[in-house]
Design a protein around this ligand. Structure first.
Ligand code: XMP
Length: 511
């Protein structure tokens, strides 16, 4: 790949991935690396960005990168922690701030004769999130902008192409943030803006052809965006040597198996649909514990997939829809490993015993880029706009043990909810939606009869990546109509509730 690249050194900020995405929205390729693992092939990078961090430069645990190979040798933009780091260790001074410095602020005294601030006007809104402040600029520091609370909001180092900003240009609330990144990367560092979905497709297809040659490749389709786009790219590269397997685990949405299979065939993919519903239901019989269910579903999937893959003679490669956030090595602010909240299925891939080599065409790109690549490949907006759906499917939305009857019930409820969202024009405003079948019976009355039936919870959330989420304020009229329809049409359900919990502290799925 012959694109100009930006190296983003991560100090553990929650916004680091956003920096990479904003840079890529400028059609410039960027990569994230931990601050303490600077890549050795530095000649490949034309500019460096230092991220923010939850740490303080003043503490004993201050993250201390070795920047001698970068500083003054490449154009450098230091953001938040990065800006404080440059000040603290190069003759300036950083101290705790007296005033709250979180949220919106406006730039003043902008030196817009400097290329960095071209096109950015006095009063431009920026987003602050820090508790230390730069009291004194580093040696040769030149002040470029302030805010009412932060005098040294932006500076550069005289005689270097080193710039530093206390605010976060990557968040949407910094209204000119993208312009600022473009000024730095294009005007100052001279990078080309040639990283586009089209160039990605061309290069990826070539790279796959080179890597895989005439070998056969097997890929597990899930119906989701990532595995589908991975399949379309591979199909473009190697045609019928790609063998796709789409497993019905019996826990998909209503009619999903048939309709998605049809869609895949319409796209010219070489797909085998395998209905293994019975096998999964048998494996799940009597299991109530969420983690045990996840394991049972994961294991059954591996068995089914392995059986099918062995029927393809001489297959050498396994393709996966892994995307960039799964690959980025994270910097832990605490130093320790993070707790496992849920064991995600289809993240770690298939076990070694398959002895297949791995090809991952989406490894370098983010979810929003996967969608843009999909659009440039002509994949339908309907498919690209599908809500995420977990690998274990309805299995983690039926609390307690799973039976065929409960699956049927939940499929009906889910279909009414999702179709309703589409009919009311709400589907695309929601990041993910679904229904949970609760292990709760409650008393109701239908006609003159007493009922003692199941309760379902509806959940609709807004999010950008599923890491944090908030419940969606759906119109009361919609909830009222949907609840009526569910109770009237789905036998066995007499009560509907709406989940109004955010993540954290709740999670999106109930199990
Ligand atoms: P939670 O429930 O952890 O979910 O807030 C966050 C996002 O991840 C999805 N999810 C999964 N996706 N395999 C998947 O492919 C899984 O095992 C799995 N578990 C949760 C969930 O639907 C939400 O989008």
């Amino acid at each position: 790949m012959q694109h100009d690249k930006v190296l983003i050194l991560d100090f553990g900020s929650q916004y680091t991935q956003l920096i990479a995405r904003r840079v890529r929205e400028l059609n410039i390729y960027s990569e994230i690396h931990p601050f303490n693992k600077i890549p050795t092939n530095l000649s490949e990078y034309k500019a460096v960005i230092l991220s923010g961090s939850p740490n303080s430069v003043r503490g004993d645990k201050a993250l201390h990168p070795e920047l001698s190979e970068l500083r003054t040798k490449k154009p450098m933009l230091a953001v938040c922690y990065g800006a404080q780091y440059l000040a603290h260790f190069s003759g300036g001074e950083v101290a705790p701030s007296n005033t709250r410095e979180y949220g919106r602020a406006n730039l003043s005294y902008i030196k817009n004769d400097d290329e960095f601030f071209i096109g950015i006007n006095e009063g431009s809104q920026v987003w602050m999130s820090h508790s230390d402040t730069i009291k004194k600029l580093p040696t040769n520091g030149v002040l470029l902008a302030s805010t009412s609370d932060v005098e040294n909001a932006a500076y550069k180092i005289e005689g270097e192409t080193t710039y530093a900003i206390q605010f976060h240009p990557e968040v949407y609330h910094s209204t000119d943030g993208k312009q600022l990144l473009e000024n730095f990367l294009v005007k100052i560092a001279g990078l080309n803006q040639d990283w586009t979905p089209q160039s990605f497709v061309e290069e990826t297809v070539e790279a796959i052809q080179e890597k895989v040659g005439n070998d056969k490749v097997v890929l597990g389709l899930s119906g989701g965006v990532d595995s589908t786009i991975a399949a379309v790219l591979l199909n473009k590269a190697i045609g019928d040597n790609l063998y796709c397997i789409f497993v019905n685990n019996g826990l998909l949405r209503k009619n999903e198996f048939e309709s998605v299979l049809k869609q895949y065939e319409g796209m010219g993919l070489n797909v085998k649909g395998v209905d293994a519903s019975e096998r999964f239901l048998t494996a799940l019989k009597g299991i109530e514990d969420p983690e045990k269910k996840r394991k049972a579903i994961g294991n059954a999937f591996i068995e089914v997939f392995d059986d099918e893959a062995h029927q393809i003679t001489d297959v050498k490669w396994l393709a996966q829809g892994t995307i960039y956030p799964d690959v980025i090595e994270s910097v832990s602010a605490t130093g320790g490993p993070s707790a496992t909240i849920k064991s995600h299925h289809n993240v770690g891939g298939l076990p070694d015993f398959m002895k297949l080599k791995i090809v991952e065409p989406l490894r370098a790109i983010f979810k929003d880029e996967v969608r843009r690549v999909g659009a440039s490949l002509g994949v339908s907006p309907e498919l690209l706009g599908r809500h995420p759906f977990p690998g274990p499917g309805l299995g983690i939305r039926i609390l307690g043990d799973i039976t065929a009857e409960k699956v049927r019930m939940l499929q009906e409820v889910d279909a009414i909810f999702i179709e309703g969202l589409k009919a009311w024009g709400l589907y695309d405003k929601v990041w993910q939606a679904g229904a949970m079948l609760l292990p709760v019976n409650s008393v109701g009355v239908m006609g003159d009869e007493r009922t003692y039936e199941k309760c379902v919870a509806l959940r609709a959330v807004e999010s950008t990546d599923g890491m944090t989420a908030d419940w969606v304020n759906l119109p009361y009229e919609f909830l009222q109509k949907t609840s009526n329809e569910i109770i009237n049409k789905v036998k066995g359900v007499n009560r509907v509730v709406y989940d109004i919990s955010s993540k954290p502290p709740a999670t999106i799925e109930w199990e």
